[in-house]
Design a protein around this ligand. Structure first.
Ligand SMILES: C[S@@+](CC[C@H](N)C(=O)[O-])C[C@H]1O[C@@H](n2cnc3c(N)ncnc32)[C@H](O)[C@@H]1O
Length: 404
């Protein structure tokens, strides 16, 4: 990933972004001059037909803006399948697998092939995908690459299950794409013995001199209370001028996707930190990032619709949300430890046997990217939850839960 300068978009891409900016300006006008940053992010990523994930821009892989673990090759999904197979087998033949945010379908393809080999196919493999364009991409890929009886297990959902069900929820790099609220602290006196907290303000997006800009407005009670909760758990007020982000809706989101799950597990993979590290005093502008053609930068307002916008996950908040939704916490570790503990040895022995030199090299490079601390190995972490099932050995290696 490189820092600026950003490559110029093609004229048709700029025209696309201009249409989304028109919509943003109309919404800003309608709202009396500013919309919350969370609303901006929601529109920039998901406005029907215009948002980054809803429209046709290529996002994944070498030609796109970023690369995810399942896009690198088959290793990641094969190891995740290894971890969830025992859970599906404990539940039995009626188990469902719900994948949130299926990307290009790369994860589903490999996971289903590996689950078939492990004799652990679910009864239904459901993909909850808000982007119509990505759904089409997933459908095409899976139809071409899966044998018909396995393809027939796959279906697409518009919303989470509304009945009671048993099975597994899986999401890779989805929580980082949920629209976050940005906040700023103004005033207060963290240095004094009294530890007087400052006022909580919320970042909004407005138009000034014809350009989109970020401005501060007083936070509503929902956001202000979410920030006060963070300070309470940190046991210190956040200092004057501190800016960061929070996902106050995370507990409701988890409840919405897995509320009907009676027996089963949830597995989330993403980049992030435990709360104490997320809100370190030095991390005073949060973790918000924009990705444009493999350039990472910190201006989310550039070319709306053409770049991805993400923020890291507060894994302590995720642990609290999972438990609040009625699950037992199953484990938390780095992606490297998780993959090592779930079939990586088997994958490596298969790689050694590959005769084609170039293919063997590609697979070894993939393993390095997934596991090296300087690549995705430590930055990405895995958190699991279980209800009336056991992940078994899935979280035995490299437990990080003491850091939560
Ligand atoms: C960064 S991509 C990751 C895709 C895929 N999981 C991968 O690893 O390649 C984020 C995905 O989450 C989806 N997404 C965003 N909000 C979602 C939500 N509320 N529920 C389910 N999926 C969502 C996006 O459409 C997109 O497919």
């Amino acid at each position: 990933m490189t820092a600026s300068p950003l490559p110029d978009p093609a004229p048709e891409a700029l025209a696309h972004s201009a249409r989304l900016q028109e919509l943003l300006r109309a919404q800003i006008d309608e709202a009396g001059g500013a919309i919350s940053f969370a609303r901006f992010m929601e529109l920039a990523l998901y406005a029907p037909g215009l948002g980054y994930y809803s429209a046709g821009a290529s996002k994944f892989g070498a030609e796109g803006d970023f690369i995810t673990a399942p896009e690198l090759g088959p290793v990641f999904a094969a190891c995740v399948a290894e971890a969830i197979a025992p859970v599906l087998q404990q539940i039995g033949p009626h188990a469902r697998l719900l994948e949130l945010g299926g990307g290009t379908g790369a994860f589903a393809e490999v996971a289903l092939k590996r689950l078939l080999e492990l004799d652990a196919l679910p009864d239904r493999y459901c993909i909850l995908e808000p982007s119509a364009q990505l759904r089409e991409r997933q459908r095409e890929r899976l139809q071409q690459r899966l044998v018909p009886p396995v393809f027939d297990l796959v279906e697409w959902l518009d919303r989470p299950f509304d009945d009671d069900w048993d099975g597994v929820v899986f999401a890779n790099e989805v929580i980082d794409a949920l629209p976050i609220s940005r906040f700023a602290i103004e005033g207060g006196d963290a240095a004094s013995d009294g530890q007087q907290p400052g006022e909580v303000l919320e970042e909004h997006v407005a138009v000034e001199d014809g350009r989109l800009v970020r401005v501060l407005r007083p936070a509503d009670t929902f956001l202000a209370n979410a920030v006060r909760f963070i300070e309470k758990r940190l046991e210190r007020p956040l200092p004057d001028g501190y800016r960061s982000e929070v996902l106050p809706q995370l507990p409701y989101w988890i409840q919405a996707v897995a509320g009907g799950l009676q027996r089963g597990a949830m597995l989330f993979v993403d980049y992030g930190y435990p709360r104490q590290e997320f809100y370190l005093p030095g991390r005073d502008d949060g973790t918000l990032r924009a990705y444009y053609r493999h350039h990472v930068h910190d201006d989310p307002l550039v070319w709306p619709g053409l770049q991805d916008i993400t923020a890291s996950v507060d894994f302590t908040a995720l642990a609290e949300a999972g438990v609040a939704a009625g699950f037992d916490f199953a484990g938390y570790c780095s992606q490297a430890s998780f993959l090592m503990g779930n079939g990586m040895a088997h994958v490596l022995s298969r790689i050694e046997k590959i005769k084609d030199e170039a293919e063997r090299q590609r697979r070894s490079n993939e393993v390095k990217r997934l596991t090296l601390p300087s690549e995705m190995g430590e930055r990405f972490q895995v958190m699991g939850f279980q209800k009336d099932v056991e992940f078994g050995i899935a979280f035995l290696a490299g437990d990080l839960s003491h850091r939560l």
